[in-house]
Design a protein around this ligand. Structure first.
Ligand code: ASP
Length: 323
């Protein structure tokens, strides 16, 4: 039995599906409904584990797998194309209890990069594996593989074509909803033993240079988890997040300045904004307090409380928790 009275209002799991420009007018109601439903499925997958007393690391992995398998987000299936017309996927997972972390960068064959990141954490002496070596490790570990075409979707191809035309100064005739431009996914969770965990997975940016690695698989930049502070997963302009060490900056503010979660989250993100970078993050502390700030028009996001109340949001809303 879950300790319901104590945990009823605290947040035990939060997910995001990317931050970016997404006006209500741009987003077709059907696609919006599909994305909301997928976020809720991800929350359910993680919540089931937590409710049964499972560890937060399992919950964040399960939630991210659901979003990686959904073609609507920029992670796993549905990932963006790089400039070479290929998919190079980045992912990371971190366990706040022991500060263990695993990450992969530029992988092309692992169907669920987050599971490969977890295997790096649990079955190697390394933190980050990249490229062909990471895919080889996926094969050796008998993790599910996928042919490159598996990750490809038409809207992402259209987004690549449009971006290439735009870069060449030609007006893009190809219709791509703004919401196709992003969609990195992530999760943060707090389990019954009060252990925190975080996970992030992405295809990066449309038309990124082949070989480009963003913030998502970089511990401290696009992900961080430490029981003494918080668990964080970020989404947005990775180059800025790396330079600001965004997720660690948030945790460090709590640790060294004693700032509460929400203030630390807002200030860490404001620092990135001052540098010119846009995006958002989800952050959860050990007391089940949640922050979900973003500097973009919207951020796909949701959370579930200890008593099983599910909330999913896309746009900026007044009186929304943490934003
Ligand atoms: N942070 C990701 C990257 O730079 C992209 C995103 O979150 O939209 O690779």
């Amino acid at each position: 039995m879950a300790r319901r009275t104590q945990s009823a209002t605290r947040i035990v799991l939060a997910v995001h599906g990317g931050a970016g420009t997404m006006s209500r007018a741009d987003l077709a109601p059907r696609r919006e409904a599909q994305r909301r439903a997928a976020l809720e499925r991800a929350l359910r997958a993680g919540y089931e584990i937590l409710e049964e007393g499972g560890p937060s690391i399992d919950a964040v992995a399960a939630a991210v797998v659901v979003l990686e398998d959904t073609p609507l987000f920029n992670a796993g299936r549905g990932a963006v194309f790089n400039a070479a017309g290929e998919h190079e996927l980045d992912a990371a997972i971190m366990d706040g209890a022991r500060l263990r972390a695993g990450a992969v960068a530029g992988v092309r064959r692992a169907r669920n990069p987050i599971l490969l990141a977890r295997a790096v954490m649990e079955r190697t002496m390394h933190v980050l594996l990249a490229g062909a070596g990471a895919d080889r490790f996926a094969r050796e570990q008998a993790l599910p593989l996928a042919p490159p075409g598996y990750f490809s979707t038409r809207p992402r191809l259209a987004a690549l074509r449009r971006e290439k035309l735009r870069r060449h100064g030609k007006s893009a005739q190809i219709e791509v909803p703004e919401a196709e431009g992003h969609g990195t996914v992530g999760a943060v969770a707090l389990d019954r033993h009060r252990n925190l965990a975080a996970a992030t997975s992405t295809g990066g940016y449309t038309n990124k240079m082949a070989g480009r690695v963003g913030d998502s698989p970089i511990v401290g930049a696009g992900i961080y988890a430490d029981n003494t502070t918080c668990a964080v997963s970020a989404t947005g302009h990775g180059e800025f997040f790396m330079r600001a060490v965004l997720c660690y900056d948030l945790a460090a503010r709590m640790r060294y300045l004693g700032e509460p979660l929400r203030r630390a989250a807002a200030r860490a993100l404001a620092r990135v904004a001052a540098m010119g970078g846009a995006g958002g993050l989800i952050a959860l502390d050990r007391c089940g307090r949640l922050a979900m700030p973003f500097t973009t028009e919207g951020m796909y996001r949701g959370y579930v409380t200890g008593s099983g109340k599910f909330v999913v949001r896309i746009y900026r809303e007044r009186r929304l928790r943490g934003s």
